[in-house]
Design a protein around this ligand. Structure first.
Ligand code: P61
Length: 459
């Protein structure tokens, strides 16, 4: 088993968890239309649905909540956050937003016109959906190694730089209003991107005059991986690595619900003065006045503190070790995962784990249902339910490379014994996996269907 460093904190407040019986869970699943997003959280024992906004805040952050300045304009908490963002991210301008997708929405509504294409190493679903909603096409250009779950490439989240250059030549830079890079690459398994790769992508974008935006939500975990895995960074602090990453870009979108260790919040940064003026107008229309942008003053305060806590090296070492512990534990229990384990989550390769279930019966969703049924553990499908879509021309289904189920670890929340329980649950499923049945969709919306779709068990 890999090393599991003791938690660099102690517990000051507890939240009771309720165990349910298997019969209860069977009934709750049926009532939820076999979609675990529709379960009540109090019916979930270990909730690995997401690491987004689910972590525990520190005593300093809670103290910050009390100090929050709720003035409509010019709040002290805004200036505190501005100082933190300038120190770490270094961009000229920023606006707070209520979460990451609001930053994406503002950026896309200003820059994406029908027919444009936006490259990325891997768009997350909200980013892709915001680009599509504005009439553009998101394009993923991750490296080939990311398609092989057993490949232990140290920077499996990287962009394929040759593909990027070719893509720009073929598309024409005039049809690419901006380019992106997501750190860490969530869709590829929470895998990091190397500094060399970010530098390479920035150079290509800038050669063609294309503004470069980083989707920054797990930037601190990415910085830690660079420190551990990339030559020349071992002696640098994560904050220095982060500063270098952002110095290469023209702006970023950020969901503070991840590496800023808060329950809600986000921001959008840019260097361009004109674009910033337009962003402010759109922000006022959609989110709020530029010094609070859809958040309370206390939220801004908690983000300002959380940004630094999220970059703390001891915290990051513990954080990444937790994910590694869960990932290696699952492998030892005979559960195939995307290797190596990512920063915020372990991604189970449900296609390989349940090979008897065809893709159109959603092996990932089948596994998510079984995890809840057996152990009261909630995970999220990130396979064909989340990502498959009919080709606009031929109408044929376009499937994502892998059928994945993500076990995301909320920050500073679960202990090692919770993770052991998850490993035991998965080992139990492994013992009867041939009996797990596929599902079909009985109801679905047009966009982001995995949130609300309903399912029925096949056979
Ligand atoms: C997550 F099932 N992620 O991973 P917002 N970029 C990236 C993200 O990972 C991300 C956002 C932008 C979530 C929450 C989530 O279908 C889902 O603050 C790389 O959530 O708006 C969010 O940030 C958006 C889970 C989002 C989902 C959409 O769990």
């Amino acid at each position: 088993m890999p090393a599991y460093p003791p938690e660099p904190f102690r517990i000051k407040m507890v939240e009771p968890l309720r165990r349910t019986t298997r019969d209860e869970r069977e009934r709750l699943l049926a009532e939820a239309g076999y979609n675990v997003f529709r379960l009540r959280s109090e019916d979930v024992y270990i909730d690995l649905l997401t690491d987004s906004g689910t972590g525990a805040m520190s005593d300093s952050q809670w103290a910050g909540i009390m100090r929050g300045d709720e003035s409509y304009a010019g709040a002290r908490s805004f200036y505190r956050l501005e100082a933190a963002i300038r120190d770490i991210f270094g961009f000229q301008h920023f606006v707070p937003t209520h979460q990451g997708r609001a930053a994406e929405h503002i950026l896309c509504s200003l820059l994406v016109k029908p027919g444009v294409r936006i490259p990325n190493n891997g768009h997350f679903d909200t980013t892709g959906a915001n680009i599509r909603a504005a009439g553009g096409h998101p394009v993923d250009l991750g490296i080939e190694e990311a398609k092989d779950p057993a490949n232990r490439h140290p920077f499996k989240g990287n962009m394929d730089l040759e593909k990027l250059a070719r893509f720009i030549e073929e598309t024409g830079p005039e049809r690419i209003p901006f380019g992106m890079m997501t750190v860490t690459n969530n869709t590829a398994g929470g895998q990091p991107v190397s500094m060399a790769n970010i530098k390479g992508a920035a150079a290509i974008y800038h050669r063609y005059g294309i503004p470069f935006f980083i989707d920054a939500c797990r930037y601190a975990e990415n910085a830690y991986f660079i420190k551990m895995r990339e030559e020349g960074y071992a002696d640098k602090a994560p904050i220095e690595i982060a500063r270098e990453m952002f110095s290469l870009a023209d702006g970023c979108t950020m969901s503070a619900k991840k590496d800023a260790l808060v329950n809600i919040g986000g921001f959008l940064c840019v260097n361009d003065d004109d674009l910033f003026e337009r962003i402010k107008q759109m922000l006022i229309l959609r989110e709020g006045f530029p010094t609070y942008g859809g958040l309370a003053g206390r939220d801004l305060e908690a983000i300002a503190i959380g940004l630094y806590e999220g970059l703390d090296e001891e915290y990051l070492a513990y954080r990444v070790a937790q994910t590694t512990y869960l990932g290696e534990g699952l492998l030892a229990a005979g559960v195939p995962i995307v290797e190596p384990p990512g920063g915020h989550a372990v991604y189970v390769d449900a296609g390989r784990f349940l090979p008897h279930i065809p893709r159109d019966q959603f092996p990932g969703q089948a596994l998510v249902i079984e995890m809840y049924r057996v152990g009261g553990v909630r995970a999220v499908e990130l396979g064909s339910v989340a990502f498959a879509y009919p080709d606009p021309q031929s109408g044929e289904m376009v499937y994502p490379p892998l059928e994945l189920v993500r076990l995301a670890i909320p920050r500073r929340m679960y202990t090692r014994s919770h993770l052991d329980y998850v490993i035991e649950t998965m080992a139990e499923i492994a013992a009867h996996r041939d009996a797990v049945k596929g599902v079909r969709i009985t109801r679905q919306p047009k966009l982001l269907r995995h949130f609300t779709a309903e399912f029925a068990i096949v056979g």
